[in-house]
Design a protein. Structure first.
Lengths: 312, 312
């Protein structure tokens, strides 16, 4: 294992946040590497249609945007290192990263490792993701204008998504395994007041049906195992989101769910580490906010390294 | 003058921040109007090449991105109202807007009126903007790798831009009309330490020369009027930026330069008004951050109107 010289910056993760950070780092003249252990684009690759990213044509597929990001990198002569970072430590004011293949040392680090939505793990879910199965109401709700959808879950996110969808869709089922919602009281009150939201308690999803698009769910009664079908066009799964931050546990301040805490300049609890995109605690998990955060993180690192901010 | 019924939201300005706000407002099911008195795109239209907006091909022209934004709007059946808002007041918990043509009333307002860079107003400047004349080092500095550039100005922004460019360009002239810089001491110290930054005190730009691209400046000595040419490929004009916020003076808290003050959710000092993009006080004036702020402002308004946040 060779030991390369110390570069100024490492970026871990090449989803849209990491790619945007890399674009700004390169254009600022920083010496850096960007690591991605999987395919470039991250969660993007699961998205069917992207219609809410200003400047990108409506109907852009996730893989198409991912290819566009790849061209952004290659156009700037940035080649992601396709290795998984297995451990990290801070020592002597440097960041030490270790992959299966090599050791690396950097002055600073931007974490852009993203998060993954928790899946139901039922038949049909994977095949129909982006074809009626979604994990984000703000992203995809608009496609279900005037249609029937279900939200799966009983927490705050599920309640918020059901309320959001109730303004767009004709009918919203809220399917929850327990006999009552875990969501905050005021959200529950609003849900109960909505005429087009119907709660189905005590049921779990057993299967998502459909060939090219979702056409129904099979629900199972949690007490007696009875099955019942539910006809609909969309299913929003809101049972949680898991940030890819296990590597940083103990090293950085995380919230109870494992999201990295940052200040407004996206600095973490370490003075050498910044975080952007879905891996950090933030109110809006959107592509456009992730891309913006990548830019902010890179320019924050620039300021840290060069001692001055670049303001315009 | 007719009085339309009260809609939920008005957006003033259809640059990238306003357009992004409109995209999110529409997809959230909000009833709104978006006003733009000039051409859609705002400052975008002055930009030659856009290379730092993740997902957009490098070399995209400002007018092309502006056209893409126009298609984003028309695809969602959003038609900007081509009227200039001349006055605004808040009364009875409503926003009252007045144009030459009409009066309008809304529950909330998003301000996305942008800002304009102060111009030198010398021959050649307009014609060569985007062809070597730039107002943003972070945006355009990369095009001048290994070349000779000048920064015009003596304040913090001029100093930061000169330092930024010194890492990219071969040689940076800093041209200032006075005998000393106004920039903060630590910035001046760094400037003096840079071998490839040369300060030309006591001179103003009289003319920008070039046919298809900038090839030189004519400088004029402020004391004796003597002219001298300066060969270079790029000129960064950093003599100030003026937010388009005169309409809101007295109504909202602004900073000394007129930028609108907001909290992290982009709410202004009025509980009914949000601001996004270049018109607000923020450290990074970038397209990608403006687009992100439009989304955040819209979803903040959504929360205000609907009583709950949409978190994913």
């Amino acid at each position: 294992m060779s030991q390369a010289r110390v570069k100024e910056l490492a970026i871990i993760g090449a989803g849209i946040a990491g790619v945007s950070a890399a674009i700004y780092a390169k254009r600022s003249g920083l010496e850096f590497d960007i690591f991605e252990s999987k395919a470039l684009g991250g969660q993007l690759l699961l998205m069917e249609n992207i219609d809410n990213y200003a400047g990108i044509p409506a109907g852009t597929k996730g893989f198409e945007l991912s290819e566009a990001l790849s061209r952004n990198l290659s156009g700037l002569d940035i080649e992601p290192i396709n290795q998984e970072i297995l451990s990290i430590k801070i020592d002597k004011d440097l960041i030490w990263l270790k992959s299966q293949e090599n050791n690396y040392t950097y002055k600073t680090l931007i974490i852009a490792t993203g998060a993954t939505f928790r899946r139901l793990d039922v038949p049909g879910e994977s095949q129909l993701t982006g074809k009626g199965v979604s994990y984000c109401a703000v992203c995809d709700g608009f496609f279900f204008k005037g249609k029937t959808v279900a939200v799966i879950g009983g927490g705050n996110t599920a309640a918020e998504e059901a309320l959001y969808l109730s303004d767009v869709a004709e009918k919203v089922f809220l399917v929850h395994r327990r006999d009552q919602l875990r969501a905050l009281g005021y959200l529950q009150k609003e849900i109960f007041a909505k005429k087009n939201i119907e709660i189905i308690f005590g049921h779990v999803v057993e299967k998502v049906n459909g060939t090219t698009k979702v056409d129904s769910l099979i629900l199972s009664n949690i007490k007696n195992g009875e099955k019942k079908p539910l006809s609909l066009q969309g299913v929003f799964i809101a049972i949680g989101i898991t940030p890819a931050t296990s590597l940083f546990s103990g090293l950085l301040d995380l919230d109870d769910s494992g999201f990295i805490l940052t200040d407004e300049f996206l600095q973490t609890s370490s003075p050498l580490i910044w975080a952007c995109g879905d891996c950090r605690k933030r109110p809006l998990k959107q592509l456009i906010t992730a891309a913006s955060e990548g830019a902010i993180a890179s320019l924050s690192v620039y300021k840290h390294l060069r001692g001055h901010y670049i303001s315009a």
